[in-house]
Design a protein around this ligand. Structure first.
Ligand code: PMT
Length: 338
């Protein structure tokens, strides 16, 4: 056990086969990542919110026979700060659309959702809002009255009411991150809170996670000065947290990771490799240019191409994708419970 910020991390508390245990070197890499991370602000508050959320959901009867099912959807890209008082950072591509849309379909399917999202990224129920909602949806009638543009009234009403209802009903918990440090620390807290749900929990890891980072202790405090000439910087490798999550943090959960490539010739081989290496239940392979049209779901038994229904206006690929995930998750729960 080791300390990370204000909370502690545990390895190997459930019965896991010895063969599945992480090698010492992998554990050391994870330990040193968390030891070097700046403590998470609001860690204690986040833990309380998570506990309340999970407790409430384990006591719910659920809809569509989905009682106790909770999915952690990660969404958007993590940043790597280059300075402690951060002016510059390295970013990872992801708008957060996949995570936000999937959250809506999981809620519709009767799941409760912990939405771990990049600050400023796409939000559930908000996909139809214009790019700049404040400026485009409202007009100032006179000095004291702000009016809604009738063109956007229905969309705004739906976004507000559906989001507030899901949060008030205790079936949607939104947790924001910006940096890789925040993302991985919150993910660890989530895994600790979902561990007790066993196979009823899903990790749906759609976030684009940094592979390299500047360790906190070697990071410049102030803005790096350009007058010093070209920047020569060595980045450390972010440990692949999929292994730790899968084998140590919440070993009974159902795991779905994503694989994004721009070269379609290597996409399926990379997805297959991730499936085996990290023992995922599903890897969702997507190509950058077609990611909104189709994805390929890779499992041990099958490769299924899932497409958006292009005959329907506004249809999203996340609709049939989440349907398939729910179906395979139900089969997994049955198998584990048998
Ligand atoms: O948000 P959108 O614009 O809608 O785009 C959605 C998406 C294309 C970002 C999404 O569908 C997607 O593919 N996300 C994963 C991007 C990716 O390929 O990440 P990766 O190869 O760096 O990581 C693969 C998996 O390993 C991911 O599930 C990630 O959570 C995990 N990972 C990555 C790095 C790391 N150090 N530890 C990890 O566990």
């Amino acid at each position: 056990m080791f300390a990370s910020g204000s909370h502690s991390l545990c390895f190997g508390m459930d019965a896991v086969d010895d063969a599945d245990k992480l090698p010492e070197t992998a554990i050391n890499e994870v330990t040193s990542f968390f030891e070097s991370a700046p403590p998470l602000t609001d860690a204690a508050e986040t833990e309380i919110c998570l506990k309340e959320f999970v407790d409430r959901n384990t006591s719910l009867s659920g809809i569509n026979g989905k009682a106790n099912r909770v999915v952690c959807v990660t969404s958007g890209g993590t940043t790597v700060p280059l300075e402690k008082q951060c002016v510059r950072y390295i970013d990872n591509f992801a708008s957060g659309h996949r995570g936000a849309a999937s959250t809506e379909y999981f809620l519709k399917a009767g799941y409760s959702v912990i939405f771990l999202y990049r600050r400023g990224g796409c939000q559930p129920f908000c996909s139809l809002l214009p790019d700049d909602p404040l400026l485009e949806c409202f007009t100032v009638a006179d000095d004291s009255i702000i009016e809604m543009d009738p063109l956007h009234a229905e969309t705004v009403k739906k976004a507000i009411t559906e989001t507030r209802a899901a949060v008030a009903d205790g079936i949607l918990l939104k947790l924001p991150f910006t940096t890789i440090f925040e993302y991985l620390q919150i993910l660890q807290l989530i895994s600790a809170s979902l561990r007790g749900l066993g196979p009823s929990a899903i990790f749906y890891l759609a976030a684009a996670v940094s592979d390299f980072y500047v360790p906190w202790e070697s990071m410049a405090l102030h803005k790096i000065q350009s007058a010093s000439g070209p920047l020569d910087m060595r980045l450390a490798q972010v440990p692949k947290m999929l292994s730790v999550l899968r084998n140590e943090w919440a070993p009974m959960a159902f795991y779905i990771s994503f694989k994004l490539e721009t070269d379609k010739d290597i996409l399926l081989a990379k997805a297959d490799m991730a499936l085996k290496k990290y023992k995922m239940h599903m890897v969702i392979a997507n190509e950058l240019s077609t990611r909104k049209e189709e994805v390929i779901v890779v499992t041990e038994q099958e490769k299924v191409t899932v497409r958006r229904d292009s005959t329907q206006a506004g249809a999203e690929v996340e609709c049939p994708l989440v349907e398939l995930v729910v179906d395979r998750h139900s089969a997994y729960i049955k198998k584990v419970d048998a």
